[in-house]
Design a protein around this ligand. Structure first.
Ligand code: FAD
Ligand code: NAD
Length: 459
Protein backbone atom coordinates (compact mmCIF):
# COMPACT_ATOMS: atom_id res chain seq x y z
CA UNK A 1 0.00 0.00 0.00
CA UNK A 2 1.51 3.38 -0.91
CA UNK A 3 1.87 5.73 2.04
CA UNK A 4 1.43 9.50 1.94
CA UNK A 5 4.98 9.92 3.26
CA UNK A 6 8.14 7.85 3.65
CA UNK A 7 8.67 9.45 7.05
CA UNK A 8 6.38 11.32 9.42
CA UNK A 9 8.01 13.11 12.36
CA UNK A 10 5.80 14.05 15.31
CA UNK A 11 7.29 17.13 16.99
CA UNK A 12 9.14 20.09 15.50
CA UNK A 13 11.80 20.53 18.21
CA UNK A 14 15.55 19.99 18.12
CA UNK A 15 15.32 16.25 17.45
CA UNK A 16 12.38 16.23 15.03
CA UNK A 17 13.43 19.16 12.84
CA UNK A 18 16.96 17.80 12.39
CA UNK A 19 15.72 14.31 11.61
CA UNK A 20 13.07 15.50 9.14
CA UNK A 21 15.36 17.98 7.39
CA UNK A 22 18.20 15.50 6.90
CA UNK A 23 15.87 12.71 5.78
CA UNK A 24 14.35 15.03 3.16
CA UNK A 25 17.87 15.94 2.04
CA UNK A 26 18.45 12.24 1.39
CA UNK A 27 15.41 12.25 -0.93
CA UNK A 28 12.73 10.92 1.42
CA UNK A 29 9.18 12.29 1.29
CA UNK A 30 8.95 13.77 4.78
CA UNK A 31 6.32 15.51 6.91
CA UNK A 32 6.76 17.08 10.34
CA UNK A 33 3.90 18.12 12.66
CA UNK A 34 4.36 20.71 15.39
CA UNK A 35 1.47 21.65 17.66
CA UNK A 36 2.93 24.60 19.58
CA UNK A 37 6.16 26.26 18.46
CA UNK A 38 8.74 25.41 15.77
CA UNK A 39 12.13 24.80 17.31
CA UNK A 40 10.51 23.25 20.39
CA UNK A 41 11.67 23.65 23.95
CA UNK A 42 15.26 24.72 23.25
CA UNK A 43 14.37 27.69 21.08
CA UNK A 44 11.15 28.81 22.74
CA UNK A 45 11.22 27.98 26.48
CA UNK A 46 14.63 26.41 27.06
CA UNK A 47 18.28 26.93 26.18
CA UNK A 48 17.92 30.11 24.11
CA UNK A 49 15.67 32.38 26.20
CA UNK A 50 17.32 30.96 29.34
CA UNK A 51 20.83 31.83 28.14
CA UNK A 52 19.74 35.35 27.20
CA UNK A 53 18.46 35.79 30.74
CA UNK A 54 21.64 34.30 32.20
CA UNK A 55 23.62 36.88 30.22
CA UNK A 56 21.33 39.65 31.47
CA UNK A 57 21.72 38.55 35.07
CA UNK A 58 25.54 38.47 34.82
CA UNK A 59 25.79 42.03 33.52
CA UNK A 60 24.61 43.47 36.84
CA UNK A 61 27.52 42.01 38.78
CA UNK A 62 29.96 42.84 35.98
CA UNK A 63 28.97 46.51 36.23
CA UNK A 64 29.89 46.38 39.89
CA UNK A 65 33.15 44.54 39.13
CA UNK A 66 34.02 47.20 36.57
CA UNK A 67 34.27 49.82 39.30
CA UNK A 68 37.36 48.07 40.70
CA UNK A 69 38.99 48.47 37.28
CA UNK A 70 38.44 52.21 37.30
CA UNK A 71 35.12 52.47 35.52
CA UNK A 72 32.46 54.69 37.08
CA UNK A 73 29.76 52.76 38.91
CA UNK A 74 26.56 53.13 36.84
CA UNK A 75 24.21 50.72 38.59
CA UNK A 76 21.88 53.35 39.97
CA UNK A 77 18.63 52.07 38.51
CA UNK A 78 16.84 48.75 38.77
CA UNK A 79 17.01 46.36 35.86
CA UNK A 80 14.48 46.99 33.05
CA UNK A 81 12.64 43.66 32.80
CA UNK A 82 10.35 44.76 29.96
CA UNK A 83 13.33 45.75 27.79
CA UNK A 84 15.04 42.41 28.36
CA UNK A 85 11.80 40.50 27.68
CA UNK A 86 11.27 42.35 24.40
CA UNK A 87 14.84 41.68 23.21
CA UNK A 88 14.60 38.03 24.23
CA UNK A 89 11.25 37.50 22.54
CA UNK A 90 12.46 39.11 19.31
CA UNK A 91 15.38 36.70 19.19
CA UNK A 92 13.21 33.68 20.00
CA UNK A 93 10.74 34.63 17.25
CA UNK A 94 13.60 35.03 14.78
CA UNK A 95 15.06 31.63 15.60
CA UNK A 96 11.72 29.84 15.63
CA UNK A 97 11.06 31.29 12.16
CA UNK A 98 14.40 29.97 10.94
CA UNK A 99 13.44 26.45 12.05
CA UNK A 100 10.24 26.64 10.01
CA UNK A 101 12.14 27.95 6.97
CA UNK A 102 14.79 25.23 7.24
CA UNK A 103 12.11 22.61 6.82
CA UNK A 104 10.45 24.36 3.90
CA UNK A 105 13.86 24.80 2.24
CA UNK A 106 14.53 21.08 2.53
CA UNK A 107 11.20 20.22 0.91
CA UNK A 108 9.53 18.95 4.09
CA UNK A 109 5.74 19.20 4.38
CA UNK A 110 4.99 21.01 7.65
CA UNK A 111 1.79 20.73 9.64
CA UNK A 112 1.02 23.32 12.30
CA UNK A 113 -1.05 20.78 14.18
CA UNK A 114 -1.10 18.10 16.83
CA UNK A 115 -0.52 14.57 15.53
CA UNK A 116 -1.86 11.47 17.27
CA UNK A 117 -1.85 7.80 16.30
CA UNK A 118 -4.90 6.22 14.70
CA UNK A 119 -3.12 2.95 13.92
CA UNK A 120 0.57 1.97 13.54
CA UNK A 121 0.88 3.67 10.12
CA UNK A 122 -1.86 6.32 10.35
CA UNK A 123 -1.91 9.63 12.20
CA UNK A 124 -4.63 12.14 12.87
CA UNK A 125 -2.97 15.47 12.08
CA UNK A 126 -5.24 18.32 13.11
CA UNK A 127 -8.29 16.33 11.96
CA UNK A 128 -6.72 15.02 8.74
CA UNK A 129 -5.68 11.34 8.22
CA UNK A 130 -2.09 10.94 7.08
CA UNK A 131 -0.19 7.70 6.52
CA UNK A 132 3.54 7.07 6.64
CA UNK A 133 5.84 4.10 6.12
CA UNK A 134 7.99 5.11 9.10
CA UNK A 135 7.14 7.35 12.04
CA UNK A 136 9.52 9.15 14.40
CA UNK A 137 8.18 10.27 17.77
CA UNK A 138 10.07 13.42 18.84
CA UNK A 139 7.50 15.06 21.11
CA UNK A 140 9.87 16.13 23.91
CA UNK A 141 8.82 16.66 27.50
CA UNK A 142 6.86 18.94 29.81
CA UNK A 143 7.76 20.49 33.19
CA UNK A 144 6.07 18.87 36.16
CA UNK A 145 4.77 20.18 39.49
CA UNK A 146 5.07 18.26 42.74
CA UNK A 147 1.78 16.61 43.72
CA UNK A 148 1.26 18.76 46.84
CA UNK A 149 -1.71 20.86 47.96
CA UNK A 150 -1.58 24.30 46.34
CA UNK A 151 0.72 23.13 43.50
CA UNK A 152 -1.44 25.03 41.00
CA UNK A 153 -0.27 28.27 42.66
CA UNK A 154 3.29 27.53 41.58
CA UNK A 155 4.89 28.35 38.23
CA UNK A 156 6.81 26.06 35.86
CA UNK A 157 9.92 26.88 33.85
CA UNK A 158 7.91 27.97 30.76
CA UNK A 159 6.36 30.73 32.89
CA UNK A 160 9.65 32.56 33.46
CA UNK A 161 9.49 33.59 29.82
CA UNK A 162 6.03 35.17 30.04
CA UNK A 163 6.31 36.93 33.42
CA UNK A 164 5.53 40.63 33.11
CA UNK A 165 7.88 41.67 35.92
CA UNK A 166 10.61 40.30 38.11
CA UNK A 167 9.09 38.85 41.31
CA UNK A 168 10.58 40.67 44.30
CA UNK A 169 10.88 37.44 46.24
CA UNK A 170 11.05 34.04 44.56
CA UNK A 171 11.17 30.48 45.79
CA UNK A 172 12.73 27.91 43.46
CA UNK A 173 11.95 24.29 44.32
CA UNK A 174 14.43 21.71 43.00
CA UNK A 175 18.17 21.27 42.84
CA UNK A 176 18.75 20.28 39.21
CA UNK A 177 19.88 22.16 36.12
CA UNK A 178 16.83 24.38 35.79
CA UNK A 179 16.54 25.14 39.50
CA UNK A 180 20.07 26.47 39.93
CA UNK A 181 20.04 28.31 36.60
CA UNK A 182 16.73 29.98 37.43
CA UNK A 183 17.84 30.84 40.99
CA UNK A 184 20.90 32.64 39.57
CA UNK A 185 18.88 34.45 36.90
CA UNK A 186 16.32 35.71 39.40
CA UNK A 187 18.96 36.66 41.96
CA UNK A 188 21.19 38.31 39.38
CA UNK A 189 18.30 40.47 38.20
CA UNK A 190 17.59 41.59 41.75
CA UNK A 191 15.11 39.20 43.39
CA UNK A 192 15.45 37.69 46.84
CA UNK A 193 15.71 33.96 46.19
CA UNK A 194 15.19 30.84 48.28
CA UNK A 195 16.36 27.57 46.72
CA UNK A 196 14.64 24.56 48.30
CA UNK A 197 15.93 21.07 47.52
CA UNK A 198 15.60 17.68 49.10
CA UNK A 199 19.27 16.57 49.09
CA UNK A 200 22.11 17.96 51.21
CA UNK A 201 23.67 19.50 48.06
CA UNK A 202 22.19 20.67 44.75
CA UNK A 203 22.93 19.02 41.36
CA UNK A 204 22.64 15.33 42.10
CA UNK A 205 24.63 13.31 39.57
CA UNK A 206 27.41 15.89 39.27
CA UNK A 207 30.84 15.39 40.84
CA UNK A 208 30.74 15.87 44.62
CA UNK A 209 33.48 18.54 44.64
CA UNK A 210 31.53 20.44 41.99
CA UNK A 211 28.30 20.15 43.97
CA UNK A 212 29.97 21.54 47.10
CA UNK A 213 31.56 24.39 45.13
CA UNK A 214 28.19 25.12 43.48
CA UNK A 215 26.47 25.42 46.87
CA UNK A 216 29.20 27.81 48.00
CA UNK A 217 28.86 29.94 44.86
CA UNK A 218 25.06 30.06 45.11
CA UNK A 219 25.20 31.12 48.76
CA UNK A 220 27.90 33.73 48.05
CA UNK A 221 25.61 35.56 45.63
CA UNK A 222 22.92 35.80 48.29
CA UNK A 223 20.69 32.88 47.33
CA UNK A 224 19.25 31.39 50.51
CA UNK A 225 19.92 27.65 50.41
CA UNK A 226 17.40 25.30 52.01
CA UNK A 227 18.85 21.78 51.73
CA UNK A 228 17.13 18.59 52.93
CA UNK A 229 13.68 20.13 52.50
CA UNK A 230 10.79 18.45 50.68
CA UNK A 231 7.95 20.98 50.63
CA UNK A 232 4.50 19.62 51.37
CA UNK A 233 2.22 22.57 50.70
CA UNK A 234 1.82 25.94 48.97
CA UNK A 235 -0.76 28.37 50.26
CA UNK A 236 -1.84 31.88 49.36
CA UNK A 237 -1.55 34.24 52.31
CA UNK A 238 -2.79 37.73 51.46
CA UNK A 239 -1.07 38.68 48.23
CA UNK A 240 1.90 36.37 48.60
CA UNK A 241 2.62 32.65 48.63
CA UNK A 242 3.86 30.47 51.43
CA UNK A 243 5.77 27.24 50.92
CA UNK A 244 5.86 24.94 53.93
CA UNK A 245 6.59 21.42 55.07
CA UNK A 246 5.25 19.46 58.00
CA UNK A 247 7.55 20.85 60.72
CA UNK A 248 7.73 24.62 61.15
CA UNK A 249 9.67 25.25 57.91
CA UNK A 250 8.01 28.13 56.03
CA UNK A 251 9.12 30.54 53.33
CA UNK A 252 7.20 33.42 51.79
CA UNK A 253 7.48 34.74 48.25
CA UNK A 254 5.70 36.45 45.39
CA UNK A 255 6.40 33.58 42.99
CA UNK A 256 7.18 29.90 43.45
CA UNK A 257 8.84 27.96 40.64
CA UNK A 258 8.66 24.19 40.39
CA UNK A 259 11.94 23.09 38.82
CA UNK A 260 11.42 19.50 39.81
CA UNK A 261 11.89 17.68 36.55
CA UNK A 262 10.12 17.08 33.26
CA UNK A 263 8.13 14.19 31.93
CA UNK A 264 7.89 12.84 28.37
CA UNK A 265 4.95 14.16 26.34
CA UNK A 266 3.31 10.81 25.71
CA UNK A 267 -0.14 11.52 27.21
CA UNK A 268 -2.91 11.49 24.63
CA UNK A 269 -0.58 10.52 21.79
CA UNK A 270 -2.52 7.30 21.12
CA UNK A 271 0.54 5.11 21.66
CA UNK A 272 -1.73 2.16 22.43
CA UNK A 273 -3.26 2.48 18.94
CA UNK A 274 0.26 2.27 17.52
CA UNK A 275 0.78 -0.96 19.45
CA UNK A 276 3.06 0.63 22.07
CA UNK A 277 2.65 -0.01 25.77
CA UNK A 278 4.32 2.88 27.62
CA UNK A 279 3.81 3.69 31.30
CA UNK A 280 2.48 7.27 31.74
CA UNK A 281 5.21 9.74 32.69
CA UNK A 282 8.07 7.53 31.56
CA UNK A 283 10.30 7.64 28.49
CA UNK A 284 9.43 5.55 25.44
CA UNK A 285 11.71 2.48 25.52
CA UNK A 286 13.90 2.13 22.42
CA UNK A 287 16.76 -0.14 21.34
CA UNK A 288 20.16 1.25 20.50
CA UNK A 289 18.92 2.18 17.02
CA UNK A 290 16.07 4.20 18.59
CA UNK A 291 13.50 1.68 17.37
CA UNK A 292 10.49 1.22 19.64
CA UNK A 293 8.75 -2.13 20.19
CA UNK A 294 6.98 -1.51 16.85
CA UNK A 295 9.79 -1.83 14.26
CA UNK A 296 8.81 1.03 11.91
CA UNK A 297 8.24 3.50 14.77
CA UNK A 298 11.23 5.28 16.30
CA UNK A 299 11.58 7.67 19.26
CA UNK A 300 14.30 10.30 19.77
CA UNK A 301 15.10 13.28 22.01
CA UNK A 302 13.65 14.04 25.43
CA UNK A 303 10.72 11.66 24.90
CA UNK A 304 13.07 8.73 25.52
CA UNK A 305 14.38 10.47 28.68
CA UNK A 306 18.00 9.38 28.32
CA UNK A 307 20.29 12.42 27.91
CA UNK A 308 17.94 15.39 27.74
CA UNK A 309 20.13 17.92 25.98
CA UNK A 310 19.65 19.73 22.67
CA UNK A 311 22.91 18.65 20.98
CA UNK A 312 22.13 15.03 21.91
CA UNK A 313 18.65 15.33 20.41
CA UNK A 314 19.97 16.79 17.16
CA UNK A 315 22.85 14.30 16.92
CA UNK A 316 20.49 11.37 17.34
CA UNK A 317 17.94 12.81 14.89
CA UNK A 318 20.67 13.33 12.30
CA UNK A 319 22.14 9.85 12.76
CA UNK A 320 18.71 8.25 12.46
CA UNK A 321 17.95 10.08 9.20
CA UNK A 322 21.36 9.08 7.78
CA UNK A 323 20.73 5.49 8.83
CA UNK A 324 17.20 5.20 7.43
CA UNK A 325 17.56 7.19 4.22
CA UNK A 326 21.22 8.11 3.66
CA UNK A 327 22.75 4.66 3.15
CA UNK A 328 25.02 5.58 6.09
CA UNK A 329 24.02 3.53 9.13
CA UNK A 330 25.51 5.16 12.21
CA UNK A 331 24.79 5.92 15.85
CA UNK A 332 25.36 9.02 17.95
CA UNK A 333 27.24 8.07 21.10
CA UNK A 334 25.76 8.72 24.53
CA UNK A 335 29.27 8.40 26.06
CA UNK A 336 31.32 11.41 27.13
CA UNK A 337 28.60 13.96 26.40
CA UNK A 338 29.89 17.35 27.56
CA UNK A 339 27.34 19.44 29.42
CA UNK A 340 27.10 22.77 31.23
CA UNK A 341 24.91 24.23 33.93
CA UNK A 342 24.60 27.94 33.23
CA UNK A 343 24.52 29.01 36.84
CA UNK A 344 26.73 31.84 37.95
CA UNK A 345 29.58 30.99 37.56
CA UNK A 346 28.81 28.12 35.19
CA UNK A 347 29.64 24.47 35.66
CA UNK A 348 30.85 22.33 32.79
CA UNK A 349 31.75 18.70 32.75
CA UNK A 350 32.57 15.76 30.53
CA UNK A 351 32.99 12.09 31.37
CA UNK A 352 32.88 10.36 34.73
CA UNK A 353 32.59 11.86 38.19
CA UNK A 354 35.16 10.81 40.76
CA UNK A 355 32.61 8.46 42.40
CA UNK A 356 31.65 6.83 39.07
CA UNK A 357 35.26 6.32 38.07
CA UNK A 358 36.34 5.12 41.52
CA UNK A 359 33.62 2.46 41.43
CA UNK A 360 35.40 0.97 38.40
CA UNK A 361 38.99 1.03 39.65
CA UNK A 362 41.84 3.16 40.97
CA UNK A 363 41.93 6.77 39.79
CA UNK A 364 44.29 9.70 40.28
CA UNK A 365 42.45 12.85 41.24
CA UNK A 366 43.77 16.33 40.46
CA UNK A 367 41.88 19.28 41.92
CA UNK A 368 42.68 22.95 41.97
CA UNK A 369 40.80 25.97 43.29
CA UNK A 370 41.82 29.52 42.62
CA UNK A 371 40.50 33.03 42.28
CA UNK A 372 40.49 34.04 38.60
CA UNK A 373 42.51 37.13 37.77
CA UNK A 374 39.44 39.28 37.16
CA UNK A 375 38.27 38.71 40.71
CA UNK A 376 41.62 39.19 42.40
CA UNK A 377 40.93 42.78 41.32
CA UNK A 378 37.11 42.95 41.59
CA UNK A 379 37.19 41.23 45.01
CA UNK A 380 33.78 39.75 44.21
CA UNK A 381 33.00 36.89 46.63
CA UNK A 382 32.04 33.38 45.54
CA UNK A 383 33.84 33.40 42.19
CA UNK A 384 36.55 30.87 43.02
CA UNK A 385 37.15 28.50 40.15
CA UNK A 386 37.28 24.73 40.65
CA UNK A 387 38.98 22.46 38.13
CA UNK A 388 39.25 18.73 38.44
CA UNK A 389 40.62 15.84 36.41
CA UNK A 390 39.76 12.20 37.06
CA UNK A 391 42.50 10.01 35.60
CA UNK A 392 42.56 6.21 35.25
CA UNK A 393 45.58 5.04 37.22
CA UNK A 394 46.31 2.10 34.92
CA UNK A 395 46.02 3.77 31.51
CA UNK A 396 46.45 7.43 32.57
CA UNK A 397 43.44 8.22 30.34
CA UNK A 398 41.36 11.22 31.38
CA UNK A 399 38.03 9.73 32.47
CA UNK A 400 36.41 12.96 33.60
CA UNK A 401 36.99 16.70 33.53
CA UNK A 402 34.99 19.08 35.70
CA UNK A 403 34.99 22.82 36.13
CA UNK A 404 33.04 25.45 38.00
CA UNK A 405 34.14 28.89 36.96
CA UNK A 406 33.78 31.63 34.41
CA UNK A 407 33.92 30.45 30.79
CA UNK A 408 33.81 26.79 31.87
CA UNK A 409 31.31 25.87 29.16
CA UNK A 410 33.49 27.44 26.46
CA UNK A 411 36.57 25.67 27.81
CA UNK A 412 34.94 22.26 28.25
CA UNK A 413 33.90 21.96 24.61
CA UNK A 414 37.56 21.56 23.58
CA UNK A 415 38.37 19.32 26.55
CA UNK A 416 35.43 17.15 25.44
CA UNK A 417 37.14 16.50 22.10
CA UNK A 418 40.33 15.41 23.87
CA UNK A 419 38.49 13.16 26.33
CA UNK A 420 36.42 11.62 23.53
CA UNK A 421 39.66 10.82 21.66
CA UNK A 422 41.07 9.04 24.72
CA UNK A 423 43.63 11.68 25.74
CA UNK A 424 45.93 10.80 28.64
CA UNK A 425 47.20 12.95 31.47
CA UNK A 426 50.54 13.07 29.65
CA UNK A 427 48.78 14.48 26.56
CA UNK A 428 47.35 17.23 28.74
CA UNK A 429 50.73 17.84 30.44
CA UNK A 430 52.60 18.19 27.17
CA UNK A 431 50.11 20.75 25.82
CA UNK A 432 51.42 24.30 26.15
CA UNK A 433 49.08 26.54 28.11
CA UNK A 434 47.58 29.78 26.84
CA UNK A 435 48.70 32.43 29.29
CA UNK A 436 47.24 34.12 31.22
CA UNK A 437 43.98 32.18 31.24
CA UNK A 438 42.06 29.99 33.63
CA UNK A 439 41.99 27.26 30.97
CA UNK A 440 45.76 26.76 31.18
CA UNK A 441 45.27 25.22 34.63
CA UNK A 442 43.89 22.10 32.90
CA UNK A 443 47.34 21.50 31.35
CA UNK A 444 49.42 22.47 34.38
CA UNK A 445 47.89 20.24 37.07
CA UNK A 446 51.17 18.68 38.20
CA UNK A 447 50.45 17.50 41.75
CA UNK A 448 48.05 14.64 42.36
CA UNK A 449 45.54 15.61 45.05
CA UNK A 450 44.54 12.07 46.04
CA UNK A 451 43.98 8.53 44.86
CA UNK A 452 40.48 7.04 44.80
CA UNK A 453 38.89 3.73 43.87
CA UNK A 454 41.57 1.53 45.39
CA UNK A 455 38.88 -0.48 47.18
CA UNK A 456 37.11 -1.22 43.88
CA UNK A 457 40.39 -2.55 42.49
CA UNK A 458 40.88 -4.80 45.52
CA UNK A 459 37.45 -6.45 45.11
C1 FAD B 1 14.44 25.79 30.85
C2 FAD B 1 15.24 24.82 30.03
C3 FAD B 1 16.55 25.12 29.72
C4 FAD B 1 17.31 24.23 28.97
N1 FAD B 1 18.60 24.56 28.70
C5 FAD B 1 19.37 23.73 27.96
C6 FAD B 1 20.69 24.09 27.63
O1 FAD B 1 21.19 25.14 28.02
N2 FAD B 1 21.41 23.23 26.87
C7 FAD B 1 20.89 22.04 26.43
O2 FAD B 1 21.59 21.30 25.72
N3 FAD B 1 19.62 21.67 26.73
C8 FAD B 1 18.85 22.50 27.49
N4 FAD B 1 17.56 22.16 27.77
C9 FAD B 1 17.05 20.86 27.28
C10 FAD B 1 16.65 20.96 25.80
O3 FAD B 1 15.78 22.06 25.63
C11 FAD B 1 15.95 19.66 25.37
O4 FAD B 1 16.80 18.56 25.63
C12 FAD B 1 15.63 19.67 23.87
O5 FAD B 1 14.83 20.78 23.54
C13 FAD B 1 14.90 18.37 23.49
O6 FAD B 1 14.51 18.41 22.15
P1 FAD B 1 13.32 17.48 21.62
O7 FAD B 1 13.26 17.72 20.16
O8 FAD B 1 13.49 16.11 22.11
O9 FAD B 1 12.03 18.04 22.34
P2 FAD B 1 11.34 19.47 22.24
O10 FAD B 1 12.31 20.54 21.90
O11 FAD B 1 10.55 19.61 23.48
O12 FAD B 1 10.39 19.33 20.97
C14 FAD B 1 9.23 18.56 20.98
C15 FAD B 1 8.18 19.30 20.18
O13 FAD B 1 7.09 18.41 19.94
C16 FAD B 1 5.89 19.16 19.98
N5 FAD B 1 4.81 18.19 20.20
C17 FAD B 1 4.55 17.48 21.33
N6 FAD B 1 3.52 16.62 21.11
C18 FAD B 1 3.13 16.81 19.82
C19 FAD B 1 2.13 16.21 19.02
N7 FAD B 1 1.36 15.23 19.47
N8 FAD B 1 1.97 16.67 17.74
C20 FAD B 1 2.78 17.65 17.25
N9 FAD B 1 3.75 18.24 17.98
C21 FAD B 1 3.92 17.81 19.25
C22 FAD B 1 6.11 20.13 21.11
O14 FAD B 1 5.27 21.27 20.99
C23 FAD B 1 7.60 20.49 20.92
O15 FAD B 1 7.75 21.65 20.13
C24 FAD B 1 16.75 23.02 28.50
C25 FAD B 1 15.41 22.72 28.79
C26 FAD B 1 14.67 23.61 29.54
C27 FAD B 1 13.24 23.30 29.84
N1 NAD C 1 22.22 23.77 30.80
C1 NAD C 1 21.61 22.70 30.31
O1 NAD C 1 22.12 21.96 29.49
C2 NAD C 1 20.22 22.39 30.78
C3 NAD C 1 19.46 23.35 31.42
C4 NAD C 1 18.19 23.03 31.82
C5 NAD C 1 17.68 21.77 31.58
N2 NAD C 1 18.45 20.85 30.95
C6 NAD C 1 17.94 19.49 30.71
O2 NAD C 1 16.59 19.40 31.08
C7 NAD C 1 16.43 18.39 32.06
C8 NAD C 1 15.35 18.77 33.00
O3 NAD C 1 15.82 19.77 33.90
P1 NAD C 1 15.26 19.83 35.37
O4 NAD C 1 16.05 20.81 36.13
O5 NAD C 1 13.78 19.98 35.30
O6 NAD C 1 15.48 18.35 35.87
P2 NAD C 1 16.61 17.71 36.78
O7 NAD C 1 16.36 16.26 36.75
O8 NAD C 1 17.97 18.23 36.43
O9 NAD C 1 16.26 18.26 38.24
C9 NAD C 1 15.05 17.98 38.88
C10 NAD C 1 15.18 18.36 40.34
O10 NAD C 1 13.92 18.16 40.96
C11 NAD C 1 14.10 17.45 42.15
N3 NAD C 1 12.91 16.64 42.42
C12 NAD C 1 12.35 15.73 41.60
N4 NAD C 1 11.29 15.15 42.22
C13 NAD C 1 11.19 15.75 43.43
C14 NAD C 1 10.32 15.57 44.53
N5 NAD C 1 9.33 14.69 44.51
N6 NAD C 1 10.51 16.35 45.62
C15 NAD C 1 11.52 17.25 45.66
N7 NAD C 1 12.38 17.45 44.64
C16 NAD C 1 12.21 16.70 43.56
C17 NAD C 1 15.32 16.57 41.90
O11 NAD C 1 15.90 16.16 43.10
C18 NAD C 1 16.20 17.51 41.09
O12 NAD C 1 16.95 18.33 41.93
C19 NAD C 1 17.80 18.26 32.71
O13 NAD C 1 18.01 17.01 33.29
C20 NAD C 1 18.72 18.50 31.55
O14 NAD C 1 18.91 17.29 30.86
C21 NAD C 1 19.70 21.14 30.55
Amino acid sequence: MPYDFDLFVIGGGSAGVRCGRIAAGHGARVAVAEERFWGGTCVNVGCVPKKIMVNAAEYGAWMEDAAAFGWPHHRHQAHDWAKLAAARDTEVTRLSGIYGKLLAGAGVTSFDARATFVDPHTLDVGGKRVTAERIVIAVGGTPTRLPIPGAELGLISDDLFTLKALPKRAIVIGGGYIAVEFACILRGLGAEVDLIYRAPLPLRGFDEDVRAAAAEALAAQGIRLNPDVAPTRIAKVGDHLMVSKSDNFMREADAVFFCTGREPNTAGLGLDKAGLDVRPGTGIPVDDEHRTAVPHIYAIGDVIDRVNLTPMATAVGHALADTLFGKNPRKASYENVPTAVFMSPPIATVGLTEAEAAARGPVDIYVTRFTPMRHTISKREGRRTLMKLVVCQNTQKILGAHMLGEDSAEIMQGIGIAVGMGATKQDFDRTIGIHPTAAEEFVTLRTRTRVAGVQAAAQ
